[in-house]
Design a binder for this molecule. Structure first.
Ligand code: HEC
Length: 127
């Protein structure tokens, strides 16, 4: 916040604002910082709709509905979100070795993993 206030002041001076206008500016910028902070928080939660898009690449092995057609592929539908985040991260960094899954998870961003996990958990266990 100190950085923001200093930045505000510099900005106000540069823009030739009076002290009163400077206060208003500070309030506006603080509000923007607050709202932006909240939206960053919202991003930390997995988005199942985006997960569904990515999961099209997984359907061949894990099933379009999260239920694998072959016994050598695990079911993912209804699996706990936190477990999925943990395992996909482990595949990505190689701490859980798997020829297939290490390749699959290699390029994922944290957000991709969270979205996929939210999607598979949301499918539920109704079979
Ligand atoms: C070519 C087949 C194939 C594709 C495509 C594939 N997987 Fe897998 N997946 C596997 C196999 C096989 C395993 C078992 C890995 C092992 O432990 O050896 C596995 C394991 C997993 C596990 C661990 C499940 C558990 O119970 O621990 C998760 C999570 C997973 N896959 C997610 C995904 C996601 C998400 C995608 C798509 C982005 C995907 N997989 C694409 C074959 C595949």
């Amino acid at each position: 916040m100190v950085i923001t206030e200093e930045f505000n002041h510099q900005f106000a001076v540069a823009a030739g604002l009076s002290p009163g206008e400077e206060m208003t500016m500070m309030k506006v910028v603080s509000l923007v910082v607050l709202v932006f902070g909240f939206s960053l928080n919202a991003l930390a939660v997995g988005d199942p709709n985006n997960g569904a898009m990515i999961a099209k690449a997984c359907a061949g092995c894990h099933g379009a509905d999260g239920y694998a057609k072959q016994p050598m592929h695990p079911n993912l539908a209804g699996q706990n979100e936190k477990y999925l985040i943990w395992q996909l991260s482990a595949f990505r960094d190689g701490s859980r070795p798997s020829h297939i899954m290490n390749e699959v998870a290699k390029g994922f961003a944290d957000q991709d993993i969270e979205d996929l996990a939210a999607y598979y958990q949301a499918l539920g266990t109704c079979k």
